[in-house]
Design a protein around this ligand. Sequence first.
Ligand SMILES: [Zn+2]
Length: 129
Amino acid sequence: MADFFDKLKDTINKGVATASALTQELIDTTKLKSDICALEAQKKKLLTDLGELAHEMIQNGAIDEGKLQVKSSEIQELTVQIRSLEDSIVQHQNKSNESSDAGKSSVKCSCGADLAAGVKFCGSCGAKT
Ligand SMILES: [Zn+2]
């Protein structure tokens, strides 16, 4: 009986491994996007904090620029992190575009123009394909 369950577990694990390989790309981007969401929420909170802090200082007539700068640089750090995550999403998408392009057979006309699959005439020079 234990054998049966071991085998079953094995089969399930293999299935999961295959599925995760196929969706890995999707998960990567989804994960990046959720990371960005989390960072943006954090940034929003810091901006609110900064606003409250500044408001309080103005009301009290004593602006502590150092304190404001610390908050501001925390926000800046998050902005940079968000930007780099956004960059990696773009890179990721470019990479998957490239790999899907590589799958297509690229056809070129003798004039050098790219020909879409199935066209009868070159859109550039009008030559029959
Ligand atoms: Zn042509």
